[in-house]
Design a protein around this ligand. Structure first.
Ligand SMILES: O=C(O)[C@H](O)[C@@H](O)[C@H](O)[C@H](O)COP(=O)(O)O
Length: 258
């Protein structure tokens, strides 16, 4: 694939969190359909925080080919898979337990390496190599869709403001042991992966996100981690937000259509 300069983000703002969640579901279904038509499978990376619950509206919708989903994590906390802080546990509880994604298509971290973050992130990178380098013969993993949240400091995945991981240029998966959001030990996809995705969709709702969203979209030159998500063309970043979160944003809103 030939990559070009990034395109501007597309911002969708909805009157209520429920409208947002419904639109997100339609978007995911459409992306899934297009990906399966093109390549016979759908690769998606999920985040933690409030995001997994937003996928609830997919449950029971027609047109979903769950057996062709291949699910990874944009970031994960270095804790056992059944620990309350685990993103995998959260996704299992609120999402996988309700939809028939084959268990072998869900890719959690390897809990054998929890004591050694270097090995933990290397092992996860190997998972990506198996999915992408071996099946697509690609130089970078090209996720069909990466779903991200945004923290109040502008972090996304486990890429935090001012952290050296923001300039990681070699690894697809990196680790951090001093994350300001607990728990401190985590692994994360790096920009090398995020910025080669076919589509990245941020989901952010609530007035407490308003100041940060304004900075991320209207002042990208400040370089907050969420602003640095700029997938190389033909990749595209989308923002799915509610009007409370976008209340201070001047950036142009787009009409949501599929
Ligand atoms: O596992 C994590 O901690 C995340 O992946 C993190 O990047 C999260 O997405 C944001 O902090 C937003 O969290 P909320 O959606 O809960 O605001």
């Amino acid at each position: 694939m030939v990559f070009g300069p990034p395109q501007d983000p597309i911002l969708y703002s909805f009157p209520s969190p429920n409208n947002l969640i419904d639109a997100l579901a339609s978007f995911v279904i459409k992306v899934q359909k297009d990906s399966i038509e093109k390549k016979g499978r759908f690769t998606i990376a999920l985040s933690g925080g409030s995001l997994p619950k937003q996928l609830n509206s997919l449950i029971g919708k027609p047109g979903l080919k769950w057996d062709l989903w291949h699910v990874y994590y944009a970031d994960e906390r270095a804790v056992p898979l059944d620990h309350p802080d685990s993103n995998h546990k959260l996704c299992s509880d609120v999402f996988y337990s309700k939809v028939p994604i084959p268990v072998q298509n869900i890719h959690p971290i390897d809990p054998n390496y929890l004591d050694d973050l270097d090995e933990l992130s290397d092992a996860y990178e190997q998972e990506l190599i198996r999915e992408f380098a071996m099946k697509d013969s690609a130089r970078y993993p090209v996720f069909d869709l990466i779903l991200l949240g945004m923290g109040p400091d502008g972090h996304t995945a486990s890429l935090f403001p001012g952290h050296e991981l923001l300039s990681e240029e070699d690894r697809w998966v990196a680790w951090i042991d001093d994350a300001p959001k607990p728990p401190p030990r985590r692994i994360t996809l790096t920009y090398l992966v995020i910025n080669h995705a076919a589509r990245v969709a941020f989901v952010a709702a609530g007035a407490e996100k308003a100041d940060t969203l304004h900075t991320v979209l209207d002042k990208p030159e400040e370089g907050l981690p969420a602003s640095r998500v700029r997938p190389a063309s033909p990749g595209q970043v989308f923002w799915f937000v509610d009007d409370a979160a976008s209340s201070k944003v001047q950036y142009q809103r787009a009409q949501f259509k599929l």
